[in-house]
Design a protein around this ligand. Structure first.
Ligand code: 4AD
Length: 489
């Protein structure tokens, strides 16, 4: 009851505080500061001392409240995730103690900005690391405040920048293609259809076709845009909406395309590694348990891993392997088709599981090339078999200049190809795939008005992130994942 009567006041004789973000606190040793943040943890030592750890998105700081400062009603009832302003001097930590940044703020005044609930609604009773993934997903807006999600989102931000910096270093332009479209790119089965002022339209599956229209205007181009796929299956690597990093390059050969993909992945990992803060987060995340791995998936749960392993994978040349040799590899290693338990044959799609099994066994990034036409998209250029060996029996379903980049732990992260650049051949492809060439008039015009050999690729940002942060599922690296039955929050 007395606590309600205790009122704190700032001492006007103290120096005016410098307002700082938590990451800048260590630069202000022995100065009086004002910090603002969320209460991440609280530890009481006797009646006269409370240790608070604050978080503000830029860093963490231990604050020490003593005497009267911890006797107020607000101090006695202060809950986790409440917001506060704290004033005081920044000191080096006493010998033998540990706290973020090895400093602490010894408070002379503090105030509550916004209180968080206690009791059953207290932040700490809502969920923990053992909670069911469904619970974590419904509370994603609060889970984001945790260390793992916060680091993942910071790494994600750095990764987006690293891709842009990489393309910038090549002098490529970024473009922003539309998400509302009337053409399909990757097959009708995953299209999200919508009513567009009375006409049929879709959410885009890929910006590729639009990137191709930029070549004559801008040269090589890239985009990081949202792509949408109505994927009905629940897997650890499929989302309904994902961030798609795509690029398109004119006047190249297939080998140049492979080199470009390999160079990009290596370049981006190197950029992240070279930033001390990002590297530290990556190292920690790689050692951390995965939230998304539940009982069902425990067998497959990825355990802690040394990020330096990824760095060393990146320093070697990626393995280049033709699709037909992957089929051979699967058969030689006793991997069977799930539907009938038989050997794989040329022309089979290699499903997620066998693909990951092979990639994990080989344990290197693999550029898997030359998929047969029947299992790939309509726009892919046929390979020149005079430059290849062993395709005599497969000419009924000829190989294409196509590539998937597979990485251990995740499988496919990049898909790309050379594009059909001859008008007639493209018309044949439309007919074969049952697509109406009229809706693609603008795409065909690229072949009519000055065609050229060209190619490009798309990388799923979430799959790339799941790989480098060692997360079990792509859902864990999304701000708010979208997948079957989940469109909230
Ligand atoms: O292999 P995909 O379907 O290729 C294309 O869309 C090409 N048009 C890209 C291009 O050449 N410009 O998709 C490319 C990548 C995949 O390798 C994967 O990383 C990611 O996009 N991806 C998905 N990521 C999350 N959820 C999904 N449902 C995804 N579908 C594809």
């Amino acid at each position: 009851e007395d606590s309600k009567k205790i009122k704190l006041e700032q001492d006007p004789s103290l120096p005016a505080p410098v307002e700082v973000k938590l990451k800048d606190v260590p630069k202000n040793l022995e100065k009086r500061v004002k910090v603002s943040g969320w209460v991440k943890s609280r530890r009481d030592q006797g009646k006269d001392m409370v240790f608070l750890v604050l978080r503000d998105g830029t860093g963490y700081l231990q604050c020490v409240l003593t005497g009267k400062l911890c006797h107020t009603f607000d101090a006695l009832t202060l809950t986790l995730e409440s917001t506060v302003n704290v004033y005081g001097i920044i000191n080096r930590l006493p010998e033998g103690k540990t706290a973020p940044g090895n400093v602490e703020l010894v408070a002379d005044y503090w105030e509550v900005v916004g209180k968080a609930p206690g009791g059953d609604d207290a932040y700490s009773s809502l969920f923990n690391t053992e909670s069911n993934p469904d619970v974590l997903r419904r509370l994603r807006h609060l889970v984001l405040r945790g260390d793992t999600a916060s680091s993942v989102l910071k790494v994600r931000s750095r990764t987006m920048k690293a891709f842009r910096d990489h393309f910038d270093s090549l002098d490529w332009y970024e473009v922003n293609p539309p998400c509302l479209v009337q053409t399909q790119v990757e097959g009708g089965s995953t299209l999200f259809a919508l009513n567009y002022y009375g006409e049929n339209a879709y959410l885009t599956q890929s910006s590729q076709l639009y990137l191709e229209t930029c070549l004559a205007s801008l040269g090589s181009v890239y985009t990081i845009s949202e792509s949408f796929r109505a994927e009905k299956s629940h897997t650890r690597r499929h989302l309904s909406e994902y961030s798609h990093c795509e690029a398109e390059i004119p006047f190249i050969k297939f080998k140049d395309l492979l080199d470009t993909i390999e160079g990009m992945v290596k370049g981006v990992v190197a950029r992240l590694w070279d930033e001390p803060e990002t590297r530290k987060m990556l190292v920690e995340l790689n050692l951390r348990k995965n939230d998304e791995a539940n009982d069902e998936t425990k067998a497959a749960q990825i355990v802690g891993r040394d990020f330096a392993d990824i760095k060393s994978l990146i320093e070697q040349p990626f393995l280049r392997m033709e699709y037909k040799d992957a089929i051979k590899w699967l058969n030689e290693h006793g991997v069977k088709r799930e539907e009938d338990g038989k050997d794989f044959v040329y022309g089979d799609d290699i499903p997620e599981k066998p693909e990951r099994y092979m990639t994990d066994a080989i344990n290197k990034p693999i550029l898997l090339t030359h998929f047969p036409r029947s299992i790939k998209a309509f726009y892919m250029q046929r390979a020149d078999v005079s430059e290849l060996k062993g395709y005599e029996d497969f000419m009924h379903d000829p190989p294409t200049e196509s590539v998937d980049l597979l990485v251990p732990g995740v499988g496919e992260v990049v898909g790309g190809s050379m594009r059909i650049w001859d008008t007639e051949e493209l018309m044949d492809a439309f007919v074969r795939e049952g697509l109406n060439p009229e809706t693609y008039y603008w795409y065909l015009d690229q072949r009519r008005y000055g065609t050229m050999p060209h190619g490009g690729f798309g990388l799923g940002i979430e799959r790339f992130l799941a790989w480098i942060t060692n997360r079990f599922s792509v859902r864990e690296v999304c701000l708010y994942p979208r997948f079957t039955e989940c469109c909230q929050p």
